[in-house]
Design a protein around this ligand. Structure first.
Ligand code: F6P
Length: 254
């Protein structure tokens, strides 16, 4: 049974790879909506992949959320990759402290004996503050590191779920509903075709910049995220997807 499952997953992986036009797909067994252990496995798979690509003196940009927090949880020392630095991909996006990119960076760095930098900006930013803050030398410095990251680790969420979790205003939620937002990543809300319908105003990684990173790894699982994953990849330039069996099978139906 085990061997059959392995080869079944290799087939699933290549089907998803073709469907979403990705360089690399890793699928873990189960449904992370239903079992916490599957989320742990997603985290482990991401750590394993990172370990296979990471070399010394690299900068890794990461986002927040529970999937990324689990990646941090599973992080292991990587002796072959000394002096790496973890930076948050974007400024605050309204997550609880334990699921904020800043916290996750610090935790990842601690586990791999690396460094981290934090990005302290209020969120969301007003237009005026935005323009002032990006000129602050300390902020400029870290923004440069974010832009130069060779590796980006991020998650994808369901649009309305994320807007509610961030306590977005009624007006924003109405806009997302009216414009049929399906997915969210990096503070961008996208519709089924991958069109950006709303964007949280904060500093950091812009969707267009993902094209400059060598590895952009999305970690997102659970059948409830299948539509969001599909929508995100219509736009997002991520080239690696780490997901679970339930999301993958649901994705292939759509
Ligand atoms: O808020 C940060 C973030 O990475 C979002 O971009 C994404 O939609 C969400 O977290 C995913 O959260 P979770 O892993 O908890 O589903």
């Amino acid at each position: 049974v085990f061997m059959n499952e392995i080869s079944e997953f290799r087939v699933l992986e290549s089907e998803i790879k073709d469907k979403l036009q990705l360089e690399h797909v890793i699928i873990v067994s189960g449904n992370s909506d239903e079992q916490l252990s599957v989320k742990h496995d997603l985290g482990k798979a991401c750590v394993q992949f990172l370990s296979s690509i990471l070399t010394s003196n690299q900068t890794i940009a990461v986002t927040g959320g529970t999937s990324m927090a689990e990646v941090a949880n599973q992080m292991k020392p990587m002796e072959h990759a000394a002096n790496c630095t973890f930076v948050p991909a974007r400024g605050g996006l309204g997550e609880q402290v334990e699921n904020q990119a800043n916290t996750i960076c610090a935790q990842m760095a601690k586990k791999v004996n690396g460094n981290y930098r934090m990005l302290y900006v209020p969120d969301p930013l007003s237009e005026d503050t935005y323009h002032t803050i990006i000129e602050e030398p300390a902020i400029k410095d870290i923004l440069e590191m974010i832009h130069d990251s060779r590796i980006v680790l991020h998650s994808i969420g369901d649009a309305i779920t994320m807007a509610k979790r961030r306590k977005a205003s009624g007006a924003v939620i109405d806009k997302l509903k009216n414009e049929n937002a399906v997915s969210e990543a990096f503070g961008y809300y996208l519709d089924e075709q991958g069109k950006v319908v709303y964007k949280v105003r904060t500093v950091g990684m812009q969707l267009e910049e993902l094209a400059f990173a060598q590895y952009v790894v999305a970690v997102a699982g659970g059948s409830s995220k299948a539509k969001a994953i599909q929508s995100y990849f219509k736009q997002g330039k991520s080239n690696v997807l780490i997901t679970d069996e339930a999301a993958a099978k649901e994705l292939l139906k759509g």
